[in-house]
Design a protein around this ligand. Structure first.
Ligand code: NAG
Ligand code: NAG
Ligand code: NAG
Ligand code: NAG
Ligand code: NAG
Length: 437
């Protein structure tokens, strides 16, 4: 009897605690402390994310929303490789076009916590700072409350590495575009704490002003490999090595992990060389040689896959795009063979997906054949199913027709539940299957 009462009391207590944390918009699992050099990774739609839609979206709505964001992301990546700005597509709806996965980081002394968007195609880190005009979130970094914060002056070497620097007053200020947004920031330094690692004097942009709706609400963690990136600034600590496991958006209660540094990285993993594009030093290019659908290697013109540092053509691995985009001739070859193998009438489309079925299908595997490494994707990385199970689509698309894209982007849905290892010193990228929990 006493046991039972005790159980009830503790149960009520647990439920109360659960409600208390739900009231703060947090799921209990979300507060798990990061350990070592490994950070939890959440999908922006996860219950742990303050950026999830205020009311749950239907399957069609969330897929369409992710596609609209992808369209904007593709334009942005294309503008990066082409080195010219592209006018963003008007979506007609208010959508925050920020990357898909977030990690927790602490800035300053005493530490202030932020959920930063992870972006492998960018170098810089920036945080919205107090006094910011136009920042999308009320979570701002109070630089005046940090005893270790510094604004950098125009004379510092880093001021030459930022885009469009100006010297208003004594601060090194700069402007940059990110997707459809323009950001004005001061070049600043403070400690950043990632899991249990503290990096003193980390250089980042303290955002003063934003226009447009593409900036991640609480800031960005650029995992590119160019100058000023996290990797460049933590050479001694992390040796330009990291890996992640991105949780599937079908299991939003799962978190993945971002593991920084060479310690604890998988030993048994397949590699392909990373290619370097000196004109776009932050992007992770790889050599995609061919694509296999089932057992057949599909017929893709060589120039649709070839790496060309001058035009920016080739294939990148990106954490911020959701659905893989292939240039037209490559996508059409894959799609046609996929349809031939499924061999069912009644192919329909849903938003940007052109290969959907309303009856259950048996889908072939798809294998990305990289130099030295074949990655065969299981159905979970290829197909998107409605929750009612009635519609199934091939979750890839051709590069948008209105963007003259030469870029193939291996996106995050195709990377989910895999460990992807970025080993910059050895200039290679590793991939192995892993269930991210
Ligand atoms: C920030 O770095 C300084 C040394 O540079 C250190 O004394 C301080 O404890 C650090 N703060 C945090 C929150 O790690
Ligand atoms: C940066 O943007 C602000 C407006 O947001 C503008 O006043 C300033 O001239 C810009 N600076 C540069 C270098 O483009
Ligand atoms: C950023 O720079 C501007 C122009 O120099 C200055 O007015 C502003 O106070 C600076 N903000 C911070 C937080 O240092
Ligand atoms: C995720 O967790 C929430 C509360 O913690 C729960 O209500 C929900 O059913 C879970 N969803 C799944 C798919 O397990
Ligand atoms: C990839 O698969 C093809 C067969 O489709 C095979 O010829 C090739 O050797 C494989 N490459 C590697 C690196 O295993």
């Amino acid at each position: 009897m006493a046991m039972r009462t005790l159980f009830l009391v503790s149960h009520v207590l647990a439920v109360t605690l659960l409600y208390a944390s739900l009231a703060q918009g947090l799921n209990p699992k979300c507060e798990t402390a990061d350990h070592g050099s490994t950070l939890q990774v959440f999908h922006v739609y996860s219950p742990c994310s303050p950026f999830k839609p205020s009311k749950p979206l239907s399957w069609d709505e969330s897929v369409l929303q992710m596609q609209v964001k992808d369209q904007a992301r593709l334009q942005y990546l294309t503008s990066l490789v082409a080195r010219k700005s592209v006018v963003p597509i008007a979506s007609g709806r208010q959508i925050i076009q920020s990357p898909t996965y977030i990690v927790r980081a602490k800035i300053g002394t005493p530490a202030q916590t932020f959920l930063l968007a992870m972006d492998t195609s960018n170098d810089a880190a920036w945080i919205p700072c107090s006094g910011c005009v136009g920042c999308p979130s009320t979570t701002l970094f109070a630089s005046d409350k940090s005893t270790t914060f510094k604004t950098l002056g125009c004379e510092v070497a880093q001021c030459k590495q930022v885009p469009n620097p100006t010297c208003g007053g004594s601060a090194c200020s700069f402007n940059l575009t990110y997707g459809g947004s323009t950001i004005a920031a001061n070049l600043s330094q403070d400690n950043i704490t990632l899991a249990t690692d503290s990096v003193p004097d980390y250089t980042f942009g303290c955002i003063q002003r934003v226009t447009g709706s593409s900036t991640p609400p609480q800031g960005l963690l650029g995992l590119g490999r160019g100058p000023l990136s996290l990797l460049s600034q933590t050479q001694n600590l992390y040796q330009s090595t990291f890996s992640y496991c991105l949780p599937s958006f079908k299991s939003l209660n799962f978190s993945g992990s971002l593991r920084l540094g060479p310690v604890g990285q998988p030993k048994r993993i397949k590699y392909t060389p990373l290619l370097r594009n000196p004109r776009r030093s932050s992007l992770y290019y790889v050599n995609l040689i061919a694509i296999r659908v089932g057992r057949r290697i599909v017929d893709i013109p060589a120039d649709a896959l070839a790496f060309n540092p001058t035009t920016g053509a080739g294939t990148i691995i990106d954490s911020g795009t959701v659905f893989t985009r292939l240039v037209q001739p490559a996508y059409i070859a894959v799609r046609d063979e996929f349809r031939r193998r499924v061999n069912k009438p009644g192919v329909s489309s849903l938003g940007g997906f052109d290969t959907c079925y309303s009856d259950p299908i048996v889908a072939p595997t798809i294998t990305f054949m990289f130099a030295g490494m074949n990655v065969t994707l299981p159905p979970d990385n290829i197909l998107i199913h409605s929750s009612a199970g009635s519609t199934t689509c091939l979750a890839m698309a051709a590069a948008p027709a209105n963007v003259n894209s030469v870029l193939n982007v291996i996106a995050n849905m195709q990377q989910q539940n895999h460990r992807v290892l970025f080993d910059v010193p050895n200039s290679r990228l590793g991939v192995s299957r892993e269930l991210c929990t």
